[in-house]
Design a protein around this ligand. Sequence first.
Ligand SMILES: Nc1nc2c(ncn2[C@@H]2O[C@H](COP(=O)(O)OP(=O)(O)OP(=O)(O)O)[C@@H](O)[C@H]2O)c(=O)[nH]1
Ligand SMILES: [Zn+2]
Length: 288
Amino acid sequence: MEKGKIIKIISNQYDVRLESGETLRCVAMGKLRKRSSPIVGDYVQVERFEGSNGIQRIEERRNELRRPAIANVDQAIIVMSTLIPDYSPLLIDRLIFQICYANIQPILCVTKMDLIDADSWIHRSISEYRASGYTVVESGEGYDESALTALLKDKVSVLTGQSGAGKSSLLNRIEPSFHLHTQQTSKALGRGRHTTRHCELHPVAGGWVADTPGFSSLDFSYMSIDALAACIPDFQPYLGECRFKDCVHLKEPDCAIKQAVAQGKIHAERYRHYAEVAEQIAQAPVRY
Ligand SMILES: Nc1nc2c(ncn2[C@@H]2O[C@H](COP(=O)(O)OP(=O)(O)OP(=O)(O)O)[C@@H](O)[C@H]2O)c(=O)[nH]1
Ligand SMILES: [Zn+2]
């Protein structure tokens, strides 16, 4: 038995990248198909047979996204442009919440830095995210992209961000083979299919990048408020210090999170974005 990672699925065939670097086309064995179907990003055990190779076992997933279906994602890169479309801390924070809720590490990549002046408020916002502990990389035409390249190495990443934020430009800048790779896939599968069902990991800068954006819907209705508060990195040092054990940090007295906001230890704007989402979850009708 050999170990590998699924990098591509086409109908019932799976491309598995083995530890040796070889890519093996496989089918899922019968006993496996009944339980759960393999998805891109799965670590699997494969066996070689004459004629075809079979996936015998799927290793337990560290995390799993539904749309696109992908497993064991190390990080999600929020691609946010300075202009066109406009930079938005509200959208950044909402994406951070979704990504952290899925137990994935968020990274902020601000693109089109070449379009703003040295005194733009966006520089201050970037410093603020860094001060809160987030990893931020700055990107743009003529920029050195080595910080992002280093972050991608040996990791499985999904990109997220508004249309036009510069996701494809960025990938093409750091990995010239990316364009060719995606084009070949679209050609082989037809355009419509590529956008909806297909998901593939592309080799980029020594790591893997999913070719379909994750976290495109900003639906929070599946979340519970306390799990949301617990996953926000800025809140982590203060959790468990509120007067009430089940504090959701909104209207309660003696709330450690609100105290940290008042003392400037948690950025007030991010807390406000949390509170808005939490209110939204609280008001949503309970779904059974
Ligand atoms: N000045 C400048 N323009 C950029 C930069 N990155 C992207 N652009 C421009 O922004 C536009 C959109 O870039 P894309 O890379 O297509 O954006 P995308 O996020 O892949 O968009 P979708 O495919 O719609 O999701 C293009 O016209 C790019 O030329 C940058 O760093 N600096
Ligand atoms: Zn509290």
